[in-house]
Design a protein around this ligand. Structure first.
Ligand SMILES: Nc1ncnc2c1ncn2[C@@H]1O[C@H](COP(=O)(O)OP(=O)(O)OP(=O)(O)O)[C@@H](O)[C@H]1O
Length: 262
């Protein structure tokens, strides 16, 4: 399999030195255009995996490759969204969306020359996530779910090839979360972007992903990998089928074992 993202026998120790590793012998391969989900016990190194894949942390040992390049510094082809949407309160929603373009080259120069084009792109994204015409509102005028939708738009504004989602729906109520599952499902289908989603929610992982990776307790490594074969586009109704429940149950078993072995 040609991997778009590959971690090969990666070990990471925060602060360097000989401290206890956060992840050890961590290997996984994610295909181009694939939706991968990472699940595992709390503190097992899921966020560390995200930081290693994007070059925000350098591994003590092992190799990280993205899009055919060895990752040696923070990479630019990625968009990120986290549990906390972190929108700047003094900027409108539209200006929050444009922020990554103001910071990262070569977008910075292009933004100056083609502002209208980028504003149209931001407005198009807002429309796609159900926030049509909300660009002029400030973040504090939006609900938590709306802020998270805006944060997803911001992560996609520079048309990244890789989207990293670290518990983006974790702080939302169950209904809003399921609505946003559908938003991200549709965005990914339209853009064929490669996605890595970290989540504690096994239903979320099974609904959204093509493949779910389960991690061991710290130091984290992959202990199980499960293809999710449900046809796309998927409807929320599948989450109520016995086949769906069976996969969630199977994954729960892996996590239980990982916790017990800790
Ligand atoms: N900056 C840091 N400095 C030192 N240790 C850290 C740092 N970040 C994370 N760790 C430690 O590394 C381990 C893995 O952390 P990480 O945040 O990757 O886990 P996680 O699986 O994402 O956790 P959770 O599910 O609770 O969000 C944890 O034991 C954590 O305390």
């Amino acid at each position: 399999m040609t991997a778009f993202v590959e971690l090969n026998e990666v070990t990471h120790v925060y602060g360097g030195g000989d401290g206890p590793p956060a992840v050890d012998g961590l290997s996984l391969k994610v295909r181009e255009g694939e939706f991968a989900a990472i699940v595992g016990p709390s503190g097992c190194g899921k966020s560390t995996l995200m930081k290693l894949a994007t070059g925000l942390q350098k591994p003590k040992a092992g190799m990280v490759m993205v899009d055919g390049q060895r990752v040696a510094e923070p990479i630019k082809i990625t968009g990120m969204a986290f549990q906390n949407p972190v929108l700047l309160p003094w900027r409108t929603t539209l200006d929050n969306l444009l922020l990554p373009l103001e910071v990262v080259q070569p977008h910075r120069q292009r933004l100056r020359a083609n502002k209208d084009e980028y504003v149209a792109r931001a407005e198009g994204l807002l429309e796609k996530v159900g926030l049509k015409g909300m660009g002029a509102k400030y973040p504090w005028e939006l609900s938590g779910g709306m802020q998270q939708r805006a944060s997803l738009c911001r992560s996609l504004i520079h048309e990244p090839k890789l989207l990293m989602l670290d518990e983006p729906f974790g702080a939302l109520d169950a209904f809003t979360r399921e609505e946003l599952w559908c938003v991200i499902r549709d965005l990914q289908a339209e853009r064929a972007v490669t996605v890595i989603l970290v989540t504690h929610d096994l239903r979320e992982a099974v609904f959204l992903a093509d493949r779910v990776f389960c991690m061991s307790a710290r130091p984290g490594r992959i202990i199980a990998e499960r293809e999710i074969g449900f046809a796309r586009p998927r409807d929320l109704e599948i989450t109520y089928t016995p086949e769906f429940a069976e996969i969630v149950h199977e994954l729960r078993g892996h996590i239980r074992q990982a916790r017990a072995a800790a």
